[in-house]
Design a binder for this molecule. Sequence first.
Ligand code: UD1
Length: 372
Amino acid sequence: MTATIDIIAGARPNFMKIAPIIRAMEARMAAGAPLAYRLVHTGQHYDSKMSGDFFTQLGIPEPHRNLEVGSGTQAEQTGSIMTRYEALLLESRSALCLVVGDVTSTMACAIAAQKLCVPVAHVEAGIRSGDWTMPEEINRMVTDSITNLFFTTSEVANQNLRRSGVPEDRIHFVGNTMIDTLLANMDRLRPPRFWGELGLEAGEYFVTTLHRPANVDSAASFDRLLRAISDGVRGKKVVFPVHPRTAKTMREVGVVPPSFLLVDPQPYLEFNYLVRHAKAVITDSGGVTEETTVMGVPCMTLRTSTERPETVSLGTNELLGVDPASLAPALDRLFAGEWKRGQVPPLWDGKTSERIVAVLERVLPLASVTPR
Ligand code: UD1
C-alpha cells in the first residue's frame, strides 16, 4: 500500500531543506517505491522574495495545499497553522508528517499531527542552543518531544537526543539536507544583477545578514552594530540583504553608514554566490554558518550561543556575542590572514536526502514507530 507523507514547509530556511528530500522521494517513486507525498506550505513566509523565488530556483513543485497563515505574533501564527493543518488532516489523513528545521511551522504542524496520532519525522532534530529567549529553541524542544523519527545532522545532536531519553533506534544520523541543496547548486550559483553595477569583486567585500530580535529589534543597539561593522571593514563594501523584520528597524535608524549596500532579500543562487566570493560573512543566522563552513568562507556570528557547534569546532565560524566591540579584534585577525580554514563536518556530503528516504522506505508502514 502506498504511504502518503506530508512534507511541511513554511519559512525561507525550510525551502532549501525540503527541495532535495522531494527530489530523492520522486526518484524512488519513479523506481516504483510505494511512496507518495503531499507538499503543504503553511504560508508563514509569503513574499516572492522570501518564498516564491526559492520554489522557482530550486525546482520545488507547486504545493498541494497552501494554508496561507501570513504574519502574526508567535502564538497567532502557531494557532492558525495548527487549526488549518488539523482541518487538512481531518479532511485527508497522511501516514506521516515530515517537518524540517525549527521555525514556527515546524512545531505547529508537529503538534497538530501528533494529536491526531499521525507520526512525526523531524529533519534536523536534536540541535540545541540552550537559549530559551529564541523562539526557534522552543520550537526545537517542543517538536523533538513529540517526534517519532529523528533525522540528525551531527553527533552532538545525537547525544542531545540520547540524553533526553530518545531510544537509539529512533535516531538516524544522516547529515544535512541544506548542504545537499548547496552542493547540488554550486555550479549554478550566479552573481546578482547589481554585482557589476556596484563594482563588486571576489574577496573584496563582506556580506551581512541580521534578523534576530536581540540584534535588530532596538534601533539604538542596531545602530551601534552597524557602526561597529562599518568601522571594522577598512573601507570595503558590506552587502546587506535586508530581511523584512530588519527593514522596519532600519527605517528608524536614520543614517546607515555608507559602507553598506542595502539590497532586498536575495534569491538562493544569488545569495550563495555573494557568500562564496565574500571576504567574510557577518551574520546572526544559523543556516548561513553551515553554508560558510562548507564553502570555507570566514564567518562571524553575532550571537552568544549556537545550536550548530560543529560550525565552530570544525568549520569557519566563530561566535562573537552581541557586543559590537567584539567585532574589531575579530576583523583585525581576519585582515591579518589569521582566520581558521576549517573542515566539512561528517556526512555533509550531498547524499543526506537519499539516506532519509531510504530510512522512510524501511520503516513504512509506520506502525512500528508509533507510539514512542
Ligand atoms: C523566521 C524563523 C527564523 C528564520 C527566519 C528566516 C520562526 C520562529 N523564525 O523568522 O528561524 O531564520 O524566518 O527568514 O519561525 N514578513 C514579510 N514577508 C514574508 C515573511 C515575513 O514581510 O514573506 C515579515 C512579517 O510580517 C514579520 C517579519 O517579516 O513582520 C518576520 O517574519 P516571521 O515569519 O514572524 O519571522 P522571521 O523573523 O522571518
